[in-house]
Design a protein around this ligand. Structure first.
Ligand code: HEC
Ligand code: HEC
Length: 420
């Protein structure tokens, strides 16, 4: 994005112009760093520097207490029984279950305290401006259906994920438990003009959210699953109030009300149909090792002792080298697309998958979309269990796909020959 694209004749684009320029520059810098991989938020590169969103200490205490209860299990629940009434017990038990699920499935990217940005551009779920403006149904749908095309997978069993409806409900209750402030009274925007918002969006938003809302350093705004469940009033609230402690500024007072309404209309104009097909959970096939008779791949020295470049893995596949590829993402993502011959090995299920993987020196390369969080967890687990030759695909599978390396779709591992 180019700051000189500001149209001086456009009131909105010049309103609060200094800030706009700063934002644009920030956004652009980040964009350039990531030029090779739009979605690559390396684990070690925070999406934006200074303030990390921090959940209020009250919520932290509740979460800590809940987790502590989880650790000592029955004993603590027994104690609670002495001091509290029955309805609380039931609620506590639900929160304990929710906390466990959250730690297993979500903390990896959204942070164990919901602080966000532990990996990729996973937003701050404990953020008060977020929680006061979204419904339980919005949270439920985000978890169940995910955000296809981003690192946020679908977690509902119906969509090939690991979680039952009850488990998703517990997660929603657990996340809601972080809310400290009263829910906002959301104001329905007046009907806006999407075209009128084009220049101001380009100048003030695209640097973080992408030219067409596809997500850049910040969450995507054009995702069909997001738009299917986010109300106009909720989107308006996000733009007007921002998200304290995150890079998302509050635009109220900075942009005119009418301009904000136009921005909502523009974002709404990106809505497309969602796909609602059932997806079966992929299972591990008979052949786990690729090219069992091939020689070992000759990988360059692993970056930081962990990361192998996509080009080296692509070459090994092409040359018929012996190796195992593990898809560390949630199972629903595997069904969408994966590297041909890869084993579905979700980060939350690696204990079970491990029994299928030979520990005989065969190279094992794990990958995910984030691009290191889930795959890193899987690789660390294998290393702890004595696997000698393991690596993480450095750039992740979104880069792999965008570079035109072979991709298979569906629940079957597929082979290089029938790859797209
Ligand atoms: C591999 C990383 C990753 C994991 C694991 C993950 N998420 Fe996400 N999540 C993301 C990203 C990235 C986004 C933003 C996607 C986008 O750009 O639209 C997101 C978005 C969301 C949103 C929507 C937020 C909004 O404002 O639109 C919710 C709610 C959410 N995640 C909850 C969860 C829960 C609960 C879990 C655990 C079951 C989970 N996520 C696991 C990466 C992850
Ligand atoms: C400096 C970067 C930056 C700029 C500029 C920016 N945003 Fe954001 N925006 C973010 C981040 C980061 C989030 C998510 C924050 C969180 O909750 O963790 C966000 C969240 C949002 C959300 C909520 C999305 C969701 O999934 O809940 C909307 C809507 C939004 N921004 C719209 C806009 C619009 C419209 C503009 C321009 C007027 C804009 N943003 C400018 C960084 C930015």
């Amino acid at each position: 994005m180019n700051p000189s694209a500001h149209s001086p004749s456009d009131d909105d684009a010049t309103e609060g112009r200094d800030r706009g320029d700063d934002d644009a520059t920030d956004g652009r810098d980040r964009g350039d760093d990531d030029a090779t991989d739009g979605r690559d938020r390396g684990d070690d590169v925070p999406p934006s520097e200074p303030q990390r969103p921090r959940p209020p200490s009250g919520a932290q205490t509740i979460a800590a207490a809940v987790l502590a209860v989880g650790v000592v299990g029955g004993v603590a629940l027994g104690l609670a029984h002495c001091t509290r009434t029955a309805p609380h017990d039931a609620r506590d038990a639900e929160l304990v279950a929710g906390a466990r699920l959250y730690r297993t499935y979500c903390g990896l990217c959204h942070g164990d305290e919901g602080e966000g940005y532990a990996a990729d551009d996973a937003n701050a779920l404990a953020n008060q401006d977020f929680l006061v403006s979204v419904s339980d149904e919005f949270l439920r749908a985000a978890i169940a259906e995910g955000r296809p095309g981003t690192a946020m997978a679908a977690y509902a069993q119906r969509r090939g994920g690991p979680l039952s409806d009850d488990e998703i409900a517990r997660l929603v209750a657990f996340i809601r438990g972080w809310q400290q402030e009263p829910s906002a009274e959301l104001v329905e925007p007046s009907p806006g003009d999407p075209a009128a918002a084009g220049p101001v969006y380009a100048a003030r938003c695209a640097g973080c959210h992408g030219r067409r809302g596809e997500g850049e350093s910040a969450v995507s705004l054009n995702n069909p699953q997001f738009l299917a469940t986010a109300s106009d009033a909720q989107i308006r609230y996000a733009i007007a109030h921002g998200r304290r402690g995150t890079p998302m500024p509050a635009f109220e007072g900075d942009l005119r009300d009418e301009t904000i309404d136009n921005l909502v209309a523009l974002i709404r104009s990106w809505q497309r149909e969602t796909d609602t097909e059932d997806i079966a959970t992929p299972t591990i096939g008979a052949q786990v090792v690729l090219h069992p008779d091939g020689a070992a791949p000759e990988f360059p020295e692993l970056r930081e002792g962990r990361y192998v470049p996509a080009a080296a893995v692509a070459r090994a596949l092409e040359e018929g080298r012996r190796l195992v590829l593990l898809d560390a993402r949630a199972a629903s993502d595997y069904a969408r697309f994966h590297i041909p011959g890869a084993v579905p090995a979700p980060y939350y299920d690696i204990e079970n998958v491990m029994s299928h993987i030979p520990r005989d020196g065969t190279w094992v390369v794990a990958y995910c979309g984030c691009p290191h969080a889930a795959s890193g967890r899987v690789m660390d687990y294998l290393r702890e269990h004595g696997y000698p030759n393991t690596a993480v695909l450095d750039e992740g599978i979104l880069y792999w796909r965008d570079e035109g390396y072979p991709i298979a779709t569906g629940n079957e591992p597929g082979s290089l020959e029938d790859a797209e």
